[in-house]
Design a protein around this ligand. Structure first.
Ligand SMILES: [Zn+2]
Length: 416
């Protein structure tokens, strides 16, 4: 039995005084503590009796030896261990903030901040996976968020359920809301169910959904235990905007349509039944990094999304208005040509019929608010610079903006 006010002595000689209990989990209780000499705050986890054994100590020592925090400050492994008769515990420097679970209950974050949080998260998980170690319990309660202006700071506060080859296996299988289908099946059938990197990658997909879209993957399919289990073991992403007609707009959070195809593809394979097909934490990190560059605010409703070539209309069900696009007014010829699509190919027919213009002379590519022109025609495409016409090199898309003057061989046009 351990009580508030008690002083514990750790293996390194560190002496800390226990303060209030700040949490309890499947394996033990966590107390806030102060270093007797320095007053530094810490967190002491005291394992329940049934876990107070050599295996636990061996696992704690392994975690300490990894010095994860030196590679990635997000990861907060224990830095000291104590043993006393039938008691085992460890010490971690105190982490400010609230659990990701509480934070996401009433998030004060912007969509962009959520993407950034997700990148940090993927990076931290990847640091573990790169060493062949599975986190083993990826869930909201094991991560802390603090608002440290201007960004959000993330910490992984509980790595105790990790799996590493050659070490005693972890005691828990993970959280029900994040558990991979094969672990659920193993548990149900009494097979060995041990977390692994691939079960981490399922949980990672679910948690990414929580963080980025502020919705659990099961929402809309969770009115009973059976439908929840069906949803989690379906091997499908039930909110896939490419498949479902349902808007899920009543469940809060962001519609999945705000994602770009790259992220949508990751969700599809992360939630799949084939563990080998789940994207790595590194893939998430890379794809999210790309997505941040393409965050776009709908000028009609102010909603944020990740734009891509296919997204020309606002993905928010309440808006659905087309995003503004450029048009091309060809001198002395017809109506302005809308440059609305992902790719608009223009040639002699569209540009007034001049024989100097090729059949396919230029292609305008549009990605969200940006439009580029790429020259294809034999007689060149030109842009007006201060000093005169400048030929656009072939296969080098040039960004165009409102007011630009272009020339396709001998046909002039203005971007509007
Ligand atoms: Zn909109």
């Amino acid at each position: 039995m351990i009580t508030k006010g008690e002083t514990l002595r750790f293996d390194s000689g560190r002496r800390v005084r226990l303060a209030d209990r700040i949490g309890n989990g499947g394996q033990g209780e966590v107390y806030e503590s102060t270093h007797v000499k320095t007053g530094q705050r810490g967190a002491v986890k005291v394992f329940y009796k049934r876990f107070a054994n050599r295996d636990t100590v061996k696992r704690i020592r392994f975690l300490m030896d990894q010095s994860f925090h030196a590679t990635c400050p997000v990861l907060r492994p224990p830095i000291d261990v104590f043993r006393r008769r039938d008691m085992v515990g460890h010490y971690t420097p105190f982490v400010e903030g609230e659990t990701l679970e509480r934070f996401l209950d009433s998030p004060s974050s912007s969509f962009l901040e959520q993407l950034e949080l997700a990148i940090t998260f993927a990076h931290a998980v990847n640091v573990m996976h790169a060493r062949g170690i599975a986190h083993g319990d990826i869930q909201l309660g094991n991560f802390m968020v603090a608002r440290a202006r201007p960004a959000l700071r993330l910490h992984a506060i509980d790595l105790d359920n990790f799996y590493a080859p050659g070490l005693p296996v972890p005691d828990c299988v993970g959280h029900l809301m994040y558990m991979a289908p094969e672990l659920r099946e193993g548990l149900a059938k009494g097979w060995p169910a041990v977390p692994s990197i691939s079960t981490d990658l399922f949980a990672l997909g679910v948690l990414m959904h929580d963080i980025i879209l502020l919705r659990h993957v099961s929402v809309g399919n969770d009115d009973s235990e059976a439908s929840f289990l069906n949803a989690m073991c379906s091997g499908r992403w039930l909110q896939d905007p490419a498949v479902v007609g349902r808007s899920f707009s009543s469940v809060g959070g962001y519609p999945a349509g705000v994602l770009n195809p790259g992220l949508a593809r990751l969700f599809r394979s992360a939630l799949g039944l084939d563990p080998a097909q789940r994207p790595s934490a590194r893939s998430w990190e890379i794809e999210l990094g790309r997505a941040v560059d393409w965050a776009y605010v709908c000028p009609s409703c102010g909603g944020v999304c990740v734009v891509d070539v296919s997204k020309t209309v606002c993905p928010y069900p309440a808006c659905r208005r087309p995003f503004p696009f450029l048009t091309l007014r060809v001198n002395g010829h017809g109506r302005p040509i809308p440059l609305r699509d992902g790719a608009t190919v223009l040639g002699r027919a569209e540009l007034g019929g001049s024989m100097r213009v090729s059949g396919r002379h230029a292609v305008f590519r549009r990605l969200g608010p940006k439009t580029w022109v790429e020259s294809l025609g034999r007689n060149g495409t030109f842009v007006w610079m201060a000093a005169g016409w400048s030929r656009i090199p072939e296969a080098e898309p040039k960004l165009v903006t409102k007011g630009d003057r272009l020339r396709f061989a001998d046909v002039e046009a203005v971007v509007e």
